[in-house]
Ligand binder design. Structure first.
Ligand code: ADE
Length: 225
């Protein structure tokens, strides 16, 4: 699976993809991530990418031409299953959306900045608008990194033990059960006996019960889904 991310601040996107699981997934060619610097498509000597908004008001708007040039440059190289714009007024991202997107081949992601991108780019190119929650970030980059991470980790082979993604919180609208590692006695707090029993079926039952209990306590809304 391939992600092409258009950004006015590409440096914000490097670190999230250069470590741990996402780094390994790229090395193993399970995913490919390309970051495109919008400034390279900027206009004139100053490589301008933003301008004042028509109608007045504070905040700059990302101009249509540099975005159109960057998007067209990418579209000339390959077909895209989705052109995603990260924006607080998009559809709220969740596990179901991550699952669905993990089945795609090529995804383009546009990161907004300032007041956002010119509406005509959204109308012409964007096929899906995603918000990561009801709050406003200073740009779409952190949101894009989060979406790429959530999608990538469920691609078969990315996690060592595929079943561990299936047991994540939210995969079945349940929160994950508590987990423990050594020591079995930490400051007098003991690991539940069942986890030390070696009895797989009992352990599965216990984890399922704990998932339900935790979901009832913390996110009862999930149980209605
Ligand atoms: N850009 C700024 N805020 C955002 C949000 N909440 N989700 C996605 N992109 C954003």
């Amino acid at each position: 699976m391939r992600f092409d991310i258009i950004s006015a601040v590409p440096n914000l996107l490097h670190s999230p993809f250069e470590h741990s699981i996402i780094k390994r997934a790229q090395e193993r060619e399970l995913i490919e991530i390309q970051i495109i610097d919008l400034r390279e498509f900027g206009i004139g000597k100053h490589k301008q990418i933003d301008d004042y908004q028509f109608g007045g008001g504070a905040g700059m708007v990302m101009m249509p031409e540099p975005l159109d040039n960057a998007i067209s440059f990418l579209k000339n190289q390959r077909a895209y299953d989705e052109v995603i714009y990260m924006t607080p007024d998009g559809l709220t991202f969740d596990q179901a959306m991550a699952n669905r997107l993990s089945l795609k081949g090529n995804i383009m992601i546009i990161c907004g900045h300032y007041k956002g991108i010119d509406e005509r780019i959204r109308l012409e190119h964007v096929t899906l608008e995603i918000s990561i929650g009801d709050f406003v970030l200073s740009g779409g980059e952190l949101a894009a990194a989060l979406v790429v991470d959530a999608i990538s980790r469920i691609i078969p082979g990315v996690l060592n033990n595929e079943s561990s993604a299936l047991l994540d919180s939210f995969q079945d609208n349940l929160l994950a059960p508590p987990v423990y590692t050594r020591p079995a006695d930490y400051k007098g707090m003991l690991v539940p006996d069942v986890l030390l029993s070696g009895h797989e079926a009992k352990i599965d039952d216990w984890r399922y019960e704990m998932s339900i209990k935790r979901t009832q306590e913390r996110r009862p809304d999930l149980l209605d889904k």
